[in-house]
Design a binder for this molecule. Structure first.
Ligand code: KG4
Ligand code: ZN
Length: 317
């Protein structure tokens, strides 16, 4: 529940970590079913926590993509049901826009134009946002996304699911200099993380049984450093090419400890950096509500229309 697109009144998460843990990753079918089972109670609780009744609401916002088809369909189905029952308009929201709008919740005075680095399980995108509702992609990954790379590296290092946060924790006890790994470097604003992943695989293979717990921590730190420095090298380049007063680094990977520290150093005094707090970096409902607010012509004036789910939606509306 979000007010005026800027203020979080309640933001609840039902974590599915326990559900997927034993499988080492998200099982789409289980995820979708669990969404269906949990969403109705979660919506009630969110209203209660915010002290609101359905009649207080102006707009229902729901993710229409990108994401897992089954989960998106459940979300849109529930959203359309609520919109009809509550007689409130509904708007379909781009998940990627949501990550950027999380920064507006963190800093209510933040306005475009801005330069964004969106790093999640499926995206490593550099975007320019000249105004509300307009995004231009200036850089992306050729292969794996940063979050995907962290998750795969975590698996190689024998860490459980979810991998990114586990690797972050392990890296804090390691020293990257003891196990140097290459920093990916492509021309322009493109990313690539698959070579780095292979480098880690070979290093682990070479160490074999002799790999100690400290080796693994050092490798986690080294892998993390390579990903983070690569992400920031291109952010730096984009900022040099077109100076911008506002920079946003967001998405699940923006919860990473080293990325948060280094982003502040790299951006320095050239721009104002906004990184949402951890609970607004990883997927959440408040960011979708905020994006919905700013995507609608005026809350209350949106026509209820069937929402088209698109699992591979890009940055266009
Ligand atoms: O945005 P998000 O919550 O979901 C997607 O839209 O994909 O991002 C999830 C990704 C996962 O790959 C997860 O491992 C990664 O963000 N992640 C992290 C950390 N917390 C979450 N990666 C590195 N360090 C973290 N602390
Ligand atoms: Zn996300």
């Amino acid at each position: 529940m979000v007010e005026d697109g800027r203020r979080v009144l309640s933001n609840l998460i039902h974590s599915q970590v326990e559900l997927h843990k034993d499988f080492g990753g998200v099982v789409p079918e289980l995820a979708a079913r669990d969404h269906l089972e949990r969403l109705p109670d979660l919506v009630d609780l969110a209203l209660e926590r915010a002290g609101l009744k359905p009649s207080d609401l102006n707009l229902v916002a729901v993710t229409r993509g990108p994401g897992l088809a089954g989960c998106l369909l459940v979300g849109v189905g529930v959203g359309e049901g609520l919109s009809t029952a509550w007689r409130r308009p509904i708007i379909g929201v781009n998940h990627l826009w949501g990550h950027i709008y999380a920064a507006m919740l963190a800093r209510p005075d933040l306005e475009p134009p801005l330069l964004g680095l969106v790093v999640s399980g499926a995206h490593s995108d550099l975007v320019r946002m000249p105004e509300h509702g307009r995004f231009q992609v200036i850089g992306r990954t050729r292969d794996d996304a940063a979050g995907e790379a962290f998750d795969k590296a975590a698996r190689m290092l024998g860490l459980g699911y979810p991998g990114g946060p586990a690797l972050d924790r392990l890296a804090r006890t390691g020293d990257a200099r003891r196990q140097p790994l290459p920093k990916p470097s492509l021309p322009g604003l493109e990313y690539s993380f698959s070579g780095l992943k292979t480098a880690l695989l070979y290093r682990l293979r070479d160490l074999g049984e002799a790999a100690t717990a400290q080796d693994r921590a050092d490798l986690a730190a080294s892998f993390e450093r390579s990903v983070v420095e690569s992400l920031l090298e291109k952010l730096d380049l984009a900022l040099e090419e077109t100076p911008t007063a506002e920079v946003v680094v967001c998405g699940g990977v923006a919860a990473n400890t080293l990325l948060r520290k280094r982003a502040a150093e790299v951006v320095g005094k050239r721009a104002r950096l906004t990184m949402p707090p951890l609970d607004l970096c990883t997927d959440n409902a408040a960011m979708i509500a905020a994006a919905g607010y700013f995507s609608s012509p005026l809350a209350g004036e949106v026509e209820p229309a069937p929402i088209e789910v698109n699992p591979s939606l890009g940055w266009d509306s």
